[in-house]
Design a protein around this ligand. Structure first.
Ligand SMILES: Nc1ncnc2c1ncn2[C@@H]1O[C@H](COP(=O)(O)OP(=O)(O)OP(=O)(O)O)[C@@H](O)[C@H]1O
Ligand SMILES: [Mg+2]
Length: 232
């Protein structure tokens, strides 16, 4: 059997807030196979973003391990971790996280700063990624002159331009209307069919049921297989 794309072992992330310990991610053990479209649902505050940020190397676990394509993320040096984030994974955030004073094209180009490319190659790759997302006529727009759906497509282009192996999407459709939400999810499904591993976090159980192969429910920091319907 091939290596899983992703595997966690007893993963925990606790936050200390004064005397209070918040167990945002509690002993999470799960695996995602290469090429899978995985979904994670769960109530607000259940720990979904905390888990995704750990997987994406944006935060450090309190204890436990994460392996991505056989590499233990926790054992990487800071430099290796930056390289991991810059080359192997793409992250799509609920709030897009685009730089407001940069154009669509510049936002996407920035994802390539760590790649060994000169400026004109970065520009042509970023242009192509935006064109593929239907934003050919929006290259020089700043985020505040783009619609929500367009901003999210810029964010998707930024995640894709480096040709990652895994895409982590944290509520990518949470701020979009139904039509744009559908378009973005269809796009993720298409990317998955072309071989990318996708981990989608969403409140929307219909999306999980329609699109994902393998789904989980997060509940007070614990992760269980999704068994359909609402837990409570
Ligand atoms: N930096 C932090 N310091 C302290 N507590 C935190 C921190 N980040 C998250 N938490 C807490 O951890 C818990 C999980 O938060 P998280 O953002 O992962 O939830 P979520 O499932 O993504 O929620 P939502 O669906 O609303 O986005 C919450 O109780 C939150 O208040
Ligand atoms: Mg969240």
């Amino acid at each position: 059997m091939s290596l899983p794309a992703l595997k966690t072992t007893n993963l925990c992330r606790y936050f200390q807030l004064g005397p209070q310990e918040i167990q945002a991610v509690k002993n999470v053990n799960f695996e995602i196979a290469k090429g899978e479209f995985a979904g994670i649902v769960g109530a607000s505050g259940s720990g979904k973003s905390t888990l995704l940020n750990l997987l994406a190397g944006l935060d450090t676990a309190t204890s436990g391990d994460i392996e991505v394509n056989g590499t233990a993320i926790g054992s990487l040096t800071r430099k290796q971790l930056s390289a991991y984030r810059a080359t192997q994974i793409g992250m799509i955030f609920q709030t897009f996280n685009l730089l407001p004073h940069r154009t669509a094209l510049e936002n996407v180009e920035m994802a390539l700063y760590f790649a060994d490319l000169n400026k004109s190659d970065r520009r042509s790759k970023a242009t192509l990624a935006l064109e593929q997302l239907g934003l050919k006529d929006r290259l020089n727009h700043r985020p505040n002159s783009l619609s929500g759906g367009e901003q999210q497509r810029v964010a998707v282009a930024r995640a894709l331009v480096k040709k990652p192996e895994i895409i982590f999407a944290d509520e990518p459709t949470g701020n979009l209307d139904k039509e744009n939400a559908h378009q973005i999810t269809e796009l993720l499904a298409e990317l998955n069919r072309s071989g990318l591993t996708i981990v989608l976090v969403t409140h929307d159980e219909q999306l999980v049921e329609k699109y994902t192969h393998n789904a989980f429910r997060m509940d007070f920091g614990s992760l269980q297989p999704y068994s359909g319907g609402t837990a409570k």
